[in-house]
Design a protein around this ligand. Structure first.
Ligand SMILES: Cc1cc2nc3c(=O)[nH]c(=O)nc-3n(C[C@H](O)[C@H](O)[C@H](O)COP(=O)(O)O)c2cc1C
Length: 184
């Protein structure tokens, strides 16, 4: 297929991190579609070591954002303007996945979370929604606000809402810097 005919490439190229949102609430049907996209993601040993918690109740979302973006994490306060936040919570996967981690020295749990969360993000973009990945937040504050028990961790947040900005594409490595065939 010629590149210009790929709908997937167009979606991947048009997605942006959005840091300004309108106050329009996000329809649950749209969020459900994003969640379904994330649910279908592959994961090491099919462990699916995550749970996606959508916070769209305004008072709860405000409390959550206050806890997550306090102090040094205030740089990500912009995310509080999004009408919905998604907390991706890690859970203990299968023993085989754990063994893979130990033997391979690769954090499959985080890889799995990355894949599922990006499925969510692309499904959101397809529906005209903006998102931003957020790794810079208080994991302690977020866990407390969600009442998470021991062993559960909020690994990453996604802000979700209708874009109130249209940023230009951010730079990417040139093709020859990024990939090669048959040698590094
Ligand atoms: C794992 C991860 C963590 C990120 N954390 C943050 C963050 O804490 N704050 C933020 O503003 N953007 C964050 N971003 C967004 C990146 O800055 C953004 O994806 C990158 O600059 C490329 O821009 P683009 O998404 O518009 O293409 C994060 C992205 C990823 C994938």
């Amino acid at each position: 297929m010629p590149m210009h005919e790929s709908r997937f490439l167009r979606l991947a190229a048009e997605r942006r991190s959005i840091r300004k949102y309108t106050s329009t609430p996000v329809e649950r049907a749209k969020l459900d579609l994003c969640l379904e996209a994330a649910r279908l993601a592959p994961s090491a040993c099919n462990a699916q070591p995550y749970k996606f918690v959508v916070i769209d109740e305004p008072a709860l979302k405000e409390k959550f954002c206050a806890a997550a973006f306090s102090g040094v994490y205030a740089a990500c306060k912009f995310a509080a303007s999004a009408p919905a936040m998604v907390a991706v919570v890690s859970s203990k996967g299968k023993m085989s996945a754990w063994l893979g981690n130990q033997v391979q020295d690769t954090n499959f749990r985080l890889m799995d979370i990355g894949i599922a969360a990006e499925h969510f993000v692309l499904a959101a973009a397809e529906q005209g929604l903006g998102t931003c990945w957020l790794g810079w937040f208080s994991a302690k504050g977020a866990a407390k606000a969600l009442g998470l028990g021991a062993g559960k961790k909020v690994e990453v947040l996604l802000s979700v809402g209708y874009p109130a900005e249209a940023p230009a594409p951010r730079p990417r490595k040139k093709k020859e810097e990024f990939c090669s065939y048959n040698k590094l």
